[in-house]
Design a protein around this ligand. Structure first.
Ligand code: DAH
Length: 339
């Protein structure tokens, strides 16, 4: 048995010192010191020895166990520190390497102008509301005095989801949604995407943006409408901007108008930019129709209001002299980086 023990010690130490990874070391531990390991088996058979042999061999066996355990622990910590060293080497950062360039984004031209419009109307006490792009026919048309079969629907060639649901063709439904929820005094703008079944060309897109405006209070007049929108035009295009209002028709306002600004390119003489007109139309507007107020539970005998709808793309195109609306939607960075 003594020979056996000496052999185990020798082989064990050899195997431990030649282990180059943790698994090999663990295998050696199991082989000698595990539950069914060689040394464990010898310790178990000690009972068969004579009373004189037992303490001597027992002590030797314990010494062998201690030596093997110590060797395994030492080898384990050596392997661990070697691994840590390798890891540190592999992860070394060269602080002298040039960093990766961070590309800063820019605002889209539509967002640049939309933010300006927010600022202008916020400064006049308007708040911003948002509404759904998938809209009920009721809000998009009916409640705005555009019943089924009304010819005004034709000019807004529409994407229907079913008989009662449309992709909104205008932001005007937000007038109704707002008046249903909040009672006057009201001063809001409602920006957003609108959809019409138009073919794409330089001045048309099936998706574009409008900014709706609505003011309702006691004693609101056409004078308030003209004053507010004139200030808007001056803040957007500069203090010497001249505006004019032309009578028009919208089913949900009475009277209705379109607002033009005098062409800032030719000063009203007529040029390529204003197509010889001298004026450029920038929005539709009017006094909220009494029927629309009534649809929203507001008494037109007590309250009155005005509304307006601005086409964002048009304003952006004129601002930056962009002659093709498609450029605003193509997401070509060579174009977008100019702003
Ligand atoms: N919704 C109209 C359109 O898309 C624009 C408009 C005109 C909105 C007059 C208004 C308004 O609020 O009063 O053509």
């Amino acid at each position: 048995m003594r020979e056996q023990l000496e052999q185990i010690l020798k082989r064990g130490l050899d195997e431990i010192s030649s282990a180059s990874v943790r698994d090999e070391l663990e295998n050696a531990r199991i082989k000698y010191l595990g539950k069914k390991g060689e040394l464990t088996q010898i310790l178990r058979s000690m009972g068969q020895l004579s009373a004189e042999e037992r303490p001597v061999l027992g002590q030797l066996a314990n010494e062998v166990r201690e030596q093997l355990t110590g060797a395994i622990n030492a080898a384990a910590s050596e392997l661990a520190s070697k691994a840590a060293e390798l890891k540190i080497k592999a992860e070394t950062i060269d602080v002298t390497m040039p960093g990766e360039k961070v590309e800063f984004g820019k605002k889209h031209p539509l967002s640049i102008v939309l933010d300006e419009i927010y600022d202008i109307f916020s400064s006049m006490g308007f708040s911003i509301v948002n509404g759904p792009e998938v809209e009920l026919d009721y809000y998009n048309f009916e409640a705005l005095n555009i019943p089924k079969n009304h010819p005004a629907r034709d000019t807004q060639d529409t994407f229907y989801i079913n008989d009662n649901i449309v992709l909104r063709t205008q932001t005007s439904p937000m007038q109704v949604r707002t008046m249903e929820k909040q009672k006057p005094p009201l001063r809001i703008i409602a920006p957003g995407r609108v959809y019409r079944s138009d073919a794409v060309d330089a001045t048309h897109s099936p998706v574009f943006h409008q900014i709706e405006g609505l003011v309702v209070d006691k004693g609101i007049t056409m004078g308030d409408l003209k004053g507010t929108l004139d200030v808007f035009a001056k803040k957007l295009y500069g203090n010497d901007t001249v505006t004019r209002f032309r009578p028009h028709h919208f089913p949900f306002t009475e009277p209705s108008a379109e607002m033009d600004v005098m062409c800032f390119n030719c000063g009203g003489k007529g040029c390529r930019l204003c197509k010889g007109e001298g004026w450029i139309e920038i929005l539709g507007c009017g006094m909220v129709h009494p029927g629309v107020l009534r649809n929203c539970g507001i008494d037109p005998e007590v309250y009155s209001g005005f509304a307006f709808g601005i086409g964002l793309e048009r304003i952006v195109m004129r601002r930056f002299n962009i002659d093709d609306m498609r450029l605003l939607f193509d997401n070509d960075l060579r174009f977008l980086k100019q702003f």
